[in-house]
Every structure is written in C-alpha cells, then in structure tokens.
Design a protein around this ligand. Structure first.
Ligand code: SF4
Length: 208
C-alpha cells in the first residue's frame, strides 16, 4: 500500500488567503519541502528563510486513510486544501483520484517548482506562491498567483508572473516588519492595480 508523508490533517477551518479567503475548508498538509529542510539550523541559508510553516514530521498515510480522516472532520465541508511544505514532491494520480472519487474538491497550494500537468485536471483551484524566478516556475496556468512582498527571493520579478495566473495577489511578509511590508504592498497595488492585496485572514481571526 502506497503511503505519503503527511504532517497534519485538520479542519474545518477558514481559508485565510487568496480568492477563496473566508470559505470553509479542510486542510491536508504534506511533510517536507524543497526550499528549506525545516530545521532551524538550516534556516539562515535556506531559500525560504522567512518560512513560518512547520512541515517536519507527521505520519505516513495511504490516500484511503487520508479520505477517512477528512470524512471524520466534517459531514459538510467538501473542499480540501492540499498544502505543505511542498505537496507536489509527493502528489501523484493515485492520491488525487482517490480524494476526487470520495467527493472532495481539491485546491492546491504550491511553490510551482514541479510540473503538475498530469494532475492539473483533478484540481479545482491552484495557487502558486513562487519561491523561484519565473523561468524556473513550472506551473504557468495558476488560478491564483500569490507573491510575498517585498519579494524575498533573488531574481523573482513580479511582472513576469502576470501572465501565469488569473488572480494576482501580493502578500506582505509576516513578522516584525508586517506593518511596513503591508504599506509597501499597498503602494505597489496603487501603482499596479492588476495586483491585489492578500492579507492572512486566518491569523487575524486566530484560527489554524
Ligand atoms: S516553499 Fe513554502 S513551505 Fe516550503 S520553505 Fe518556502 S515558504 Fe516554507
């Protein structure tokens, strides 16, 4: 039986970011990422030195076991956000088919570094939050593009992502600089109104 490294499965909660912000969802967070080891001693050298997600550890589960856990979380909520870490390092047809056949809508949150063309039709919504330059970003047909602001990645040019998604979001980097970063993001949106401000609603609400 094939298993996947899953950090956590939780919900119902509120999607905090992007064009589905405010909607009730369940979350499957895959373990592992290709932009940081997740260990504090590696953080200063990581591409994502700003990462605020714990994606280490968890348990190995089959796709059927994931479905069982999701069904136990809510009889009503049928939208599942597949997140990480970087879920595309593990995602495959067996996983997405099993969840779709169980009646779930699938939303993917990814850094866009892996080609998902084989899986794309199974996702009802794809958010790419790039952690590499546009030339290295493999997903060119996102629903949402969500770029942290100010861009913390060398070589990441915001304008190059404008053709890679339908809805364009800038999300101020959290932490001590959040207020200043929000002001900068707002100023950018004033000058480039094709971009929208994304705030992390779940943090304001204090939900997971
Ligand atoms: S790609 Fe996302 S989850 Fe992975 S290290 Fe960067 S911010 Fe964290």
């Amino acid at each position: 039986m094939k298993t996947y490294a899953i950090k956590e499965i939780f919900g119902p909660t509120i999607q905090g970011e992007g064009s589905h912000a405010g909607t009730a969802v369940l979350f499957v967070r895959f373990a592992g990422c290709n932009r940081w080891s997740g260990r504090m001693e590696d953080r200063s050298k990581a591409v994502c030195w700003f990462c605020d997600t714990d994606f280490l550890g968890g348990e190995r589960l089959s796709a059927d076991q994931v479905v069982d856990k999701l069904k136990n979380l809510s009889p009503f909520v049928k939208t599942v956000v597949i997140s990480g870490g970087e879920a595309t390092l593990q995602l495959d047809l067996e996983f997405v088919k099993t969840l779709k056949q169980a009646g779930f809508s699938l939303h993917l949150e990814t850094n866009g570094s892996k080609d998902i063309s084989e899986l794309r039709s199974y996702f009802d919504h794809v958010t790419v939050s790039p952690k590499q330059a546009a030339e290295q970003t493999k997903i060119k047909d996102a629903d949402d593009i969500k770029i942290l602001y100010p861009p913390p990645i060398d070589g990441l040019r915001i304008s190059q992502f404008e053709s890679m998604g339908k809805n364009l979001f800038l999300q101020p980097i959290d932490g001590p600089g959040l207020s200043a970063n929000t002001d900068l993001a707002i100023a950018f949106c004033h000058a480039h109104p094709q971009w929208r401000l994304s705030i992390q609603l779940h943090k304001i609400l204090g939900v997971q």
